[in-house]
Design a protein around this ligand. Structure first.
Ligand code: AMP
Length: 576
């Protein structure tokens, strides 16, 4: 059995399989759709659209409409409430995933099944095989900042948790990961601990105990690694002390974690001294990861999209270590693997695996007046290099022509399957009248203004935005948490720079004619964004899947409240 498992995980076999699939992406897509529709043709959802056993792409597209999460919600809720007839899938759904929902303000329910576990393994194996060619890792351990969320039962008795938790708990998944990758330094009690501050502390402690064996430092989203080392800056002396004495800090109160950690922690003054001296020798924590874990080959996690703003800090902590950006997927299902691990995170693309779902793409193009025209979706192999698309997913987990809400750009092809760059979520973040700004536009503006701050050796720790329509006219509000002291002159400049950096014609025009008021930069107290994270974790979100909401509206009143009550200073733009 073990042999077979190792065979299945042999990097060269996996690469060869992927090459074969990607060379024939068009045919594989048609077959995948056929298989999905054969397995699920009898479901209430597909019956409703009268497909009547047809399994070809043209019939599928003409009978089954595009759908959003809102369209599927009543079906998913019936499943969660215990309806075990074939609602969305032929085989009943027994588990529900909670997507991070940081954009909507509350987690969404999505179906989870064994097919999603299989897809996860396929994606992980594929990118691991390509990664391992360039950066082979030997025997050792991975320092993984991963956190299971609480699982609970839905009204109908189904297990519900975040997708990452559902995956980590799956026995088959654990077996494959063990055969393929380096095991995690931390015991399960730490990963699945009920209190994430305690889990984080112990992840760091386990990493330090096994510091010479650590080969990879990783997390699902890069934010968790940055968060971990920001915490390390605060707590390192306590951690060193625990190692010196061999006694776990009293801040860890969960009995199962204390028991598990007591098996690993022995008094080790020599190790404590090494770590202590390394920390003292660092300048502003530059290269802390490389110094503490000298055999690390690379840092791994999703670094694209809403994670890009953390790259500067991550590079600072990483020193010279390569940053390798992980794959593209969502709670709803996987899309593509990073098969070019040497690319820096800013340029990373994802090669679509043509056998894990049927993918369609809505071309997004603006006409000369800046108006977006929605066009008919096209197939995976019909997309064009350089064009942007909204991605539509049909998969084995009950999603049919599902609008994921993401915008991607085709950067090239791997054989005949496209390599996609993640651009942003499609929904507009900031809009008051005719202005249109997405998460990406906000990120670009913040990057431009943050440059002014970095000249002063300060940084934007995190940021979000809000449309304030309580004023007449309404205006954009940007919240910043910054490191260091307030410098009114610089922050005033930053505020003007933010205002000027939203370059869409609607915004600029509205600012000029004063139908949008001056942009406001509000500075919040240090630690405010940690409070927001804690708030989401309290709602059942997993730290592993956390993404800072980049716009906070009144559907997210608690977060707005946290932000507002922590404002220390605000500035209005004089740019127009
Ligand atoms: P969740 O709701 O927690 O399942 O998050 C899924 C969303 O995270 C996707 O729809 C994307 O918007 C984003 N995402 C996932 N993977 C990546 C990636 N590699 N790069 C950028 N964004 C990603």
């Amino acid at each position: 059995m073990l042999e077979r498992m190792e065979d299945m995980c042999d990097p060269e076999t996996i690469v060869a399989e992927f090459e074969a699939l990607s060379k024939d992406a068009g045919r594989v897509q048609r077959e995948t759709l056929k298989k999905i529709l054969e397995e699920n043709g009898e479901t209430e959802y597909l019956q409703r659209w009268g497909l009547n056993g047809r399994t070809d792409p043209d019939s599928f597209k003409s009978f089954v409409p595009l759908a959003t999460h809102t369209d599927l919600e009543p079906y998913i809720h019936r499943i969660a409430d215990g309806d075990n007839s074939s609602v969305l899938t032929g085989k009943p759904i027994t588990t529900i995933s909670l997507s991070s929902g940081t954009t909507q303000g509350k987690p969404k329910f999505v179906p989870f099944n064994d097919e999603l576990v299989e897809d996860t393994m396929k994606i992980y194996k594929t990118s691991f095989a390509f990664r391992n060619r360039e950066y082979p890792i030997g025997n050792g351990k991975a320092l993984q900042f991963i956190y299971g969320s609480k699982q609970f039962k839905t009204k109908g008795g189904l297990a519900a948790g975040t997708a990452t938790t559902n995956i980590y708990l799956n026995a088959e998944f654990k077996k494959t990961m063990r055969a393929m990758q380096t095991p995690c330094c931390s015991p399960d009690e730490v990963i699945f601990g009920p209190e994430f501050h305690q889990s984080l502390y112990c992840h760091l402690l386990c990493g330090l105990i096994f510091r010479d064996q650590v080969q990879v430092v990783s997390s699902t989203f890069a934010h968790s690694i940055v968060h971990a080392f920001r915490t390390f800056e605060q707590l390192w002396e306590q951690l060193v002390n625990d190692i010196r004495e061999g006694v776990l800090s009293s801040r860890i109160t969960v009995p199962s974690i204390r028991t598990a950690m007591s098996k690993l922690l022995k008094p080790d003054p020599e190790l404590a001294n090494i770590i202590y001296n390394k920390c003292l020798g660092l300048s502003n924590w530059y290269g802390v990861i490389q110094e503490l874990f000298p055999n690390t080959k690379y840092i791994y996690g999703i670094m694209t999209g809403s994670m890009e703003p953390y790259l500067t800090k991550l590079r600072h902590y990483a020193g010279g270590l390569p940053l390798l950006s992980a794959d593209y997927g969502s709670s709803e299902g996987w899309i593509g693997a990073n098969v070019n691990p040497k690319l820096p995170p800013e340029l990373v693309t994802f090669a679509v695996l043509p056998d894990i779902g049927y993918f369609e793409f809505i071309p997004l193009k603006e006409d000369v007046h800046g108006l977006e025209h929605e066009r008919q979706p096209i197939g995976l192999t019909e997309v064009k290099v350089g064009e942007e698309y909204e991605i539509i997913v049909t998969n084995f987990a009950g999603l049919y022509r599902y609008r994921l809400g993401d915008v991607v750009k085709v950067k090239g092809f791997h054989n005949s399957t496209p390599e996609l760059q993640f651009i942003c979520r499609r929904n507009l973040l900031l809009t008051i009248n005719i202005d249109k700004n997405t998460e990406k536009d906000l990120q670009i503006a913040v990057e431009a203004a943050a440059k002014l701050l970095s000249e002063e050796k300060q940084e934007v720790v995190d940021f979000t935005s809000h449309v304030d329509s309580s004023t007449e006219p309404g205006h954009y509000v940007i919240f910043w948490e910054i490191s260091g002291e307030l410098n009114d002159e610089i922050l005033k400049e930053c505020c003007d720079c933010l205002d000027k950096s939203f370059v869409d014609a609607g915004y600029v025009g509205s600012r000029k004619v004063k139908t949008i008021g001056p942009l406001e930069l509000r500075i919040v107290r240090r630690g405010t964004f940690h409070k927001i994270l804690d708030h989401f974790v309290g709602l059942g979100a997993a730290v592993s899947q956390f993404k800072t909401p980049r716009c906070v509206g009144h559907n997210n009143n608690n977060v707005l409240q946290i932000l507002s009550s922590n404002v220390v200073k605000s500035y209005f733009s004089t740019a127009f």
